[in-house]
Design a protein around this ligand. Sequence first.
Ligand code: F6R
Length: 365
Amino acid sequence: DKANYRHFMAKEIHEQPEVVGHTLARYIDMASERVMLPVKLPFDFKDIQRISITACGTASYAGYVAKYWFERLARIPVELDVASEFRYREAPLRKGDLAIFISQSGETADTLAALRYAKAEGVHTLSVVNVPTSTIARESETVLQTLAGPEIGVASTKAFTCQLMVLASLAVAAGKARGELSDEDETKLVHGLVEIPRLMAAALTLEPQIEKLARDISKSKDVLYLGRGTSYPLALEGALKLKEISYIHAEGYAAGELKHGPIALIDETMPVVVIAPYDRVFEKTVSNMQEVAARGGNIILMTDAKGAAEATVDSLVTIVLPDMASAFTPMVYAVPVQLLAYHTAVVMGTDVDQPRNLAKSVTVE
Ligand code: F6R
């Protein structure tokens, strides 16, 4: 049931600190501060030359974030595909490499077909699924479950952040196995992960500000989302979430791609949501923001206190998230991104939990 919430989506957004915490507890041993996978992997990360990650929609954006993590923490090249492309592209896979599939339902037709293709190619298959009895779970060599609980709202929220938690843990495990991370590195990263539920809860307290902002957004015809690094896939997710439930056209772009085309769209009528935690690419994103401001664009900046102090642009609205020491910002920044889409849809009066033309589980191609 919806508890005291108006929609399942609202309930599921608010449940995230709890369910991400449950997922964390399944993958991290709190006492030793080590990543501890609940299953034994049938391969050694040292032998993996390349990972391919395949999924659809929001799950593919979780995969896109994970690509950055695997490459950075474990130095494993990652190829990311949406399942509908992967399955027909007949991508050459090297026997013994690893293919990861991400799916909330575990029943998505394209993702399942991609899994079957990968199995036939002789690679190790690992799926990150929320429904352990699902077809994708049953047919995968290894299953890592997200403990999001049932997700009823058609727009995926808590499954996404739980997928990120599993993938972050797996990337740390991979970095450790390959000797890219020391014990000390691992402890530091685990501390970063353990903080996430608390930081997500802090992000939820921004809801009144976001609700107000949603009234402005609801008047727009188009919204642009920008991000760099792991905030780039989150920009894609923000745009998807907004369009699927509010029916406002939105696009996500890598901030650095702005000048290669989309900057032509900038005027005072199109809000630009910039996702920019104070991280190693922050300065670069700020310079893209200046380009937007110089063309009269209205900026909504999602950052932290440090970023808010350093951003030298007059932004329309700044949403200040808690400071974070780790590289795992997407789990926390997902919260304002989801809330913005949710409240915009509520203002628009759309059917938030059952948006038109969409199904929760896409079991046909
Ligand atoms: C977006 C959304 C979809 C799903 C996609 C994959 O909010 O819900 O994009 O993420 O259809 O579904 P699963 O994860 O069940 O494979």
